[in-house]
Design a protein around this ligand. Structure first.
Ligand code: SF4
Length: 475
């Protein structure tokens, strides 16, 4: 993504009322950040701001950041660096940093980028129009630049999601954050620090938002959570109702049963699950709700119990197997996605061999593989990063090859069959359309005469690779 050239305007050309002000949000990181950016844009629109696609035209420029790796944060600082001169030429511009990096780094951001006006944490994003107005008010009072700054990183609030009169703008495939935060403490992960403890949204709120999305054109809704199957763990059992969660609490299974009858909704997807929270009720609900994709992202991270213990993942490979059995017992054709970390502190050749074997055993069709990199403010940061880089690289390559073989074998089983594909978009290279099957397999095919984006199509599969399938529209 290239850095924008912010045009300079005559100093103090800033329009007075918010109705003439334009906002641009630059989003880094995961789907949850994309959802949050849409939420932030909606709040500004509700306050009369205009959205601009061109950061150079913005009066308010916001960066919704990621903190999962150092590299992600450094990218933001290089954007901010570019803005320094432009901000000097255009002091009316409001520059804000939000999201996980804001939550982790707090006022360090002001120290590294003194021209930033606002640092807003992960639980304050719904207040952004108010915070921008506060910065502008301080400016109008003639306060010194340092006095104008705002740091808002408290974790006490719940992010308020009021959609009000706002139009849904997420397209046929929309995202719905059902909970924030994580109650686990994997030693390599910064999320609990930057996103806090689990906060689940009540089912009736989620149903209301899902209806609003479908009314606005969404056909596929992906339910988002760091450990989406721990949904409801923090909610109380509803009066007179018995949820499928612990002690009668609402659970993800209840949410799936509630969404299944929603007219106009064609597919439900889930991101991301944790093996420890897989239950019989959840497995049954997926089997009984045919809108739920037959694909689950269930990160294993490693195939070695020793490594899983040092990662504090909270399960062993045996538990992972038993939960997978539970799921496949109810949904025999279930496909899996998994994340893997290679080179975690103390990972021996034998540990890595177990990971290779485990990937082959669970047969995950979608795999994200990362080389361990120490992250400040995580517990693993205290562990010696003792696996040499060249060994990490070699293990990464070897696991990648195994993952491609696993995916290719799965894809080849689809040859000469017909798949029900939800068409998501035109291929950027102009060579037809692409979408996903109910098992989340990527499928490309030439366009027909009927516009199909946002609809389902039957595709006859003619070719397979480790990365997807291709074919033609079935007669
Ligand atoms: S489950 Fe572990 S890896 Fe996932 S968000 Fe929580 S702490 Fe991070």
């Amino acid at each position: 993504m290239s850095l924008p050239r912010v045009q300079t305007r005559g100093a103090s050309a800033a329009p007075e009322s918010s109705s003439a002000l334009s906002v641009h949000v630059v989003t880094f990181g995961c789907q949850m950040n994309k959802y949050d950016s849409l939420l932030v844009e909606g709040r500004f629109r509700a306050e009369g701001y205009r959205l601009t696609d061109d950061p150079a035209q913005a009066d308010v420029l916001l960066f919704n950041t990621c903190s999962v790796r150092e590299h992600a944060e450094e990218r933001v600082f290089s954007w901010l660096g570019e803005l320094k001169h432009a901000k000097r030429a255009r002091p009316d511009l409001v520059v804000g940093v939000l999201g996980c990096m804001a939550q982790r780094a707090e006022d360090d951001i002001f120290r590294r980028a003194g021209h930033v006006d606002l640092v807003c944490g992960t639980r304050k994003i719904h207040r952004l129009p108010e915070l921008v107005a506060e910065v502008r008010a301080r400016r109008a009072q003639g306060l010194a630049p340092k006095e104008q700054r705002l740091l808002e990183v408290g974790m006490e609030e719940e992010v308020a999601v009021e959609r009000g009169a706002e139009e849904y703008a997420g397209g046929p495939c929309g995202y719905l954050t059902v909970m924030r935060g994580c109650d686990l403490n994997c030693t390599f992960c910064i999320v609990p620090k930057v996103r806090g403890r689990v906060q689940s949204r009540p089912i009736e709120d989620l149903l209301r938002e899902a209806r609003w999305m479908v009314a606005g054109g969404a056909k596929v809704i992906t339910l988002l959570g760091q450990t989406v199957n721990s949904y409801g763990e923090d909610l109380a059992a509803a009066e007179g109702e018995r949820g499928l969660g612990r002690g009668g609490r609402p659970a993800l299974a209840d949410l799936l049963y509630a969404l299944q009858p929603l007219e106009g909704l064609e597919r439900i997807r889930l991101i991301t699950l944790h093996p420890s929270y897989v239950t019989a009720a959840l497995a049954r609900s997926i089997a009984e709700c045919d809108k739920v994709d037959r694909f689950l992202p269930l990160p294993a991270q490693s195939g070695s119990d020793e490594v899983l213990k040092r990662m504090r993942r909270g399960y062993t490979t045996e538990l992972y197997r038993s939960r997978l059995e539970l799921l496949r017992g109810q949904v025999p054709d279930l496909e899996l996605g998994s994340d893997w970390i290679v080179g975690f502190p103390g990972e021996s050749e034998a540990d890595f061999a177990r990971t290779l074997a485990f990937l082959g055993e669970i047969g995950s069709v979608q795999n994200y593989i990362f080389q361990y990199s120490p992250r400040p403010e995580t517990r693993a940061f205290e562990l010696a990063d003792d696996v040499p880089d060249e060994v990490k690289k070699a293990r990464n390559q070897e696991l990648l090859r195994a993952a491609e073989q696993s995916a290719l074998a799965r894809h080849q089983r689809c040859l000469d069959t017909e798949l029900d594909v939800f068409v998501e978009e035109e291929r950027p290279d102009g060579r037809g359309l692409r979408g996903r099957s109910r098992h989340n397999l990527a499928v490309s095919f030439p366009a027909g005469v009927v516009p199909l984006v946002g609809r389902r199509a039957r595709v006859h599969v003619e070719g397979a690779s480790p990365f997807g399938l291709w074919g033609s529209l079935a007669p």
